[in-house]
Design a protein around this ligand. Structure first.
Ligand code: HEC
Ligand code: HEC
Length: 195
C-alpha cells in the first residue's frame, strides 16, 4: 500500500481534512502468490499449535501482544502475508518489533503446503466479531472511505483479491490503526514487492 494512502488512513481515523483529495491513485501490478498447493486441515491444526500463544486457541487475536484476529480474514490474504513475512517482504524493520516477531514464526512454515494447511485450519474455526476499541467520526470516515479506499478495498470493505487489497471489515480496529502507522513510517510496505 502506498504511503500517501496510509496518511489518508490516519485521516480516516482522526477525521482530519487534507487538500490531497485530488491526488490520483495509481494501481500497481499486484504480486501474485500461488495458492495452488492443497492444504491439509489436520496438519494445519497441528501447525496452529505454534500460533495459539499469541493469536489464541480460536485465532481471535490478543491485543496486548499485538496479534490480530485472523478468523474473518480471507484465505488468499492470510497466505500472502505469511509468504511475505517468510520471505522478508514484511516484518524486517528492526523498529517493527511485532512484525519481526511474526516473521520469525512464519519461517517455521517451511513449505507452501504448511502455509496453506495452517490457513485451512484457521478458516475452519468459527467466525467471531471483533470489539470496537477506537473512537472516531464514522460519518467523516465513510466519505474518506468512498473517496479513497473503496477503489481498492471495495464497497463495504470486503477487499479485492485482484488488487491484493484485503478485507478490512472483521479485522481489529487497533490492528488496522497500527498498520496505517507502519505504512506511514515505512516499516511496512517499503519493500519493492509489497504494494
Ligand atoms: C509470538 C507471537 C506470535 C505467534 C506465535 C504467531 N503470531 Fe502471527 N502475528 C503476531 C503479531 C504480533 C502480528 C502482527 C504483526 C504486525 O504488527 O505487523 C501477527 C500477524 C499475523 C498475520 C498477519 C495478519 C494480517 O491481517 O495482516 C498472520 C496471517 C499471522 N500472524 C498468522 C500466524 C500463524 C499462522 C501463526 C502460527 C504458525 C502465528 N501467526 C504465530 C504474533 C504472533
Ligand atoms: C491502490 C489501492 C489501495 C487503496 C486506494 C487503499 N489500499 Fe489499503 N491496501 C492495499 C493493498 C494492496 C494492501 C495489502 C498490502 C500488503 O499486502 O502488505 C492494503 C492493506 C491495507 C491495510 C492492512 C490490512 C491488514 O490486515 O494487514 C489497511 C489497514 C488498509 N489497507 C487500509 C486502507 C484505507 C483505510 C484506505 C483508504 C484511506 C486504503 N487502504 C486505500 C491497497 C489499497
Amino acid at each position: 500500500m502506498r504511503r500517501d494512502i496510509a496518511v489518508w488512513g490516519l485521516c480516516l481515523l482522526f477525521s482530519c481534512r487534507s487538500t490531497e483529495s485530488e491526488k490520483k491513485l495509481e494501481l500497481e501490478t499486484p504480486v501474485v502468490v500461488s495458492a495452488t498447493d492443497s492444504g491439509n486441515n489436520k496438519d494445519g491444526a497441528q501447525l496452529f499449535k505454534t500460533c495459539v500463544a499469541c493469536h489464541g486457541q480460536n485465532a481471535t487475536g490478543n491485543k496486548s501482544l499485538g496479534a490480530p484476529s485472523l478468523v474473518n480474514q480471507d484465505d488468499w490474504y492470510l497466505i500472502r502475508q505469511l509468504e511475505n513475512f517468510k520471505t522478508g517482504i514484511r516484518g524486517t524493520d528492526p523498529s517493527d518489533t511485532q512484525g519481526t516477531q511474526m516473521a520469525a514464526i512464519a519461517k517455521l512454515l517451511d513449505s507452501p503446503e504448511k502455509i496453506v494447511s495452517v490457513v485451512a485450519h484457521i478458516k475452519s474455526l468459527p467466525k467471531s466479531n471483533t470489539t470496537k476499541t477506537i473512537d472516531g467520526d464514522p460519518e467523516a470516515g465513510k466519505q474518506y472511505y468512498s473517496m479513497i479506499c473503496g477503489a481498492c478495498h471495495s464497497e463495504g470493505g470486503i477487499g479485492n483479491k485482484d488488487l491484493n487489497a484485503p478485507r478490512l471489515v472483521g479485522t481489529d480496529d487497533w490492528y488496522l490503526y497500527k498498520q496505517y502507522k507502519n505504512f506511514e513510517a515505512g516499516t511496512r510496505g517499503s519493500h519493492p514487492k509489497d504494494d
